[in-house]
Design a protein around this ligand. Structure first.
Ligand SMILES: C[S@@+](CC[C@H](N)C(=O)[O-])C[C@H]1O[C@@H](n2cnc3c(N)ncnc32)[C@H](O)[C@@H]1O
Length: 252
């Protein structure tokens, strides 16, 4: 092992970093794409305030059946609205079963990259099998944490969070730790139901408030299905605020 030749502190740090790579690999296969996607940890979960509202439980790896979503043309509509083009690097945060992953992979093409990210090891493992079966060579699998997407620094043109924001147990940590992963000019797009958290949605005012609390600026707002589902686009801050200065919405 390379770490055995290091001084004890360095060896310990290297061991910690390696355990993340191994975690990601064991969840998602020890392939080059997975290892390349492992990123150094961001700020610790304990630094961030908890949201002052409920968090929905993780109950499934998909929002609805892919057939019904295709009939509605969901992914094509969303990718068009976001102007996703060949060569882009897109992170699908909370990728689940991969409805978006396979379509993003085709859209960004061989010069592009898709980071298929989730915090559930079993979902990521199933997704690895799908990625391998469908031979999606431009997809990297990433095992994140509830407060930290664990994406490589300055790697992402667009972070896409679909039907999952209401499940993020540590939204302030996730949003702050996402900032270093964004390329200059990168955007963060969130699709969710404009409804109560308990019904697996995120009310518009709550979403706007939580993003603003971490310094994100709203750049566009699209309604997808009547006025029930939105696609909100944000520009990340150059630097997130100090974690200890973030004030949860509802506690103002
Ligand atoms: C309802 S599924 C949606 C999956 C997919 N985006 C879709 O549209 O079908 C929500 C996904 O978000 C994931 N998730 C929940 N909290 C997360 C977090 N903090 N970071 C990344 N993924 C998370 C869950 O494991 C689950 O796969």
């Amino acid at each position: 092992m390379r770490s055995s030749r290091r001084p004890p502190l360095l060896a310990a740090l290297a061991g910690a970093a390696l355990s993340v790579v191994v975690s990601a690999c064991s969840a998602a296969a020890p392939d080059a794409a997975t290892a390349a996607a492992a990123a150094p940890p961001g700020l610790a979960a304990e630094r961030f305030p908890k949201p002052a509202r409920p968090v929905a439980g993780i109950v499934s790896d998909q929002w609805a059946s892919e057939d019904s979503r295709e009939r509605a043309g969901e992914a094509a509509k969303v990718m068009d609205l976001l102007d996703i083009r060949p060569g882009m690097a897109v992170a699908d945060i909370g990728a689940g079963a991969g409805y978006y992953v396979v379509r993003l992979s085709r859209r960004v093409g061989p010069e592009g990259r898709v980071f298929a990210q989730d915090i559930e090891r079993k979902y990521l493992d199933r997704l690895r099998q799908r990625v391998s079966r469908e031979r999606l060579a431009n997809v990297s699998l990433v095992l994140g944490e509830p407060h930290d997407p664990r994406l490589p620094p300055r790697s992402v043109d667009l972070a896409l969070l679909v039907h999952m924001y209401h499940e993020i147990a540590q939204p302030f940590g996730l949003l702050a730790n996402l900032v270093p992963a964004m390329k200059p000019g990168g955007r963060v797009a969130i699709l969710d139901v404009d409804g109560p958290i308990q019904a697996h949605g995120t009310p518009r005012a709550l979403l706007s408030c939580e993003l603003a609390a971490v310094g994100y600026r709203e750049a566009a707002w699209h309604w997808i299905e009547g006025r029930s589902v939105y696609l909100a686009v944000f520009e990340p801050p150059a630097e997130p605020p100090e974690a200890e200065h973030i004030v949860p919405c509802g506690a103002r």
